[in-house]
Design a protein around this ligand. Sequence first.
Ligand code: ISE
Length: 323
Amino acid sequence: MTLRVGIVGCGAMGRIHLRNLLARSEDVTVAGVFDPNHQVLTSLDLPETLQIFPDAKSLVTSDDVHQVIVASPAGDHFGQVMGAIERGKPVYCEKPLTTTLAQSREIREAEAGQGRALVWVGFMRRFDPLYLALKADVSVGRVGEVVYAQMSHRNPSVPPTFSDADYMLETFIHEFDITRWLIEVDISAVEIVGTSVETTTGLADPQFVHVTTAEGQKVVIDGHINNGYGYDIRCEVVGQKGSLSLAHYSEVEGISSEPHENWGVRFQAAYRACLNAWVDDVLTGHHTGVTSEDSEHALVVSLAGIEAQRRREPVEIAEIYCR
Ligand code: ISE
């Protein structure tokens, strides 16, 4: 079987997926692409056989496209993902899958209506060799019972349109997902313990978040997304017997945990592994990645974070679920 994948959105992320799919020509054909910016497409040097669709809907509904990758802006994901589910097409969507809980629930209901999990969400850190090595050791108890974790998410810069809500939905959502995956416990509350300078665009940066898990562990996360020096991702898990961090695995996995130029470079291997795992899953009928249900957990923590930015007090995750 050969997949016939269509890609919606050919910005930075869509291009990474396009490159990774084209490298897997033995069982994947890129059937077509869409991007609202035609200049982006002409700069891509696309294979001639590849169809350029005039809009997202025609790509998603085309009989020539059997699987869909959604790499458009987050606010556009919902309609595009629903279109794929309604036609029974497997869909790989960038995070966040949706920006509201109501939309996430609708997607899950639509999948249930089809009788199978069609949605894969691109939380690619779960496929990063450094995170995988850390998780393997934490899972076998090398640090003992986990007491707390410390994480950093620092970018050289973000677009001027980036908002405080984006800080939760686009940036910290990775740490929220990783916390649940790494420590294997749900998050129960979020608190913003400090934001400092308001930048010229109105964004508070850096921001500091405390997450509490259902078992009482704390996860302390700092974000500094206009740091000016590089893409710097850190994660340390502290347990009763010791601590381990991503840096510990750097040499053996051959991926530096020092700052990189940008996220595409730091997580190059993770993006490739994540997409390849999706292709394998579609071919074999399994689901080994982040489901719409997993992704809803991370979304709800992000929504609680947005509420916590406003209230300046801890927000319980249960409260967001009850809305
Ligand atoms: C970007 O939107 C991503 O999705 C990257 O994975 C993330 O690490 C980066 O900080 C975001 O800006």
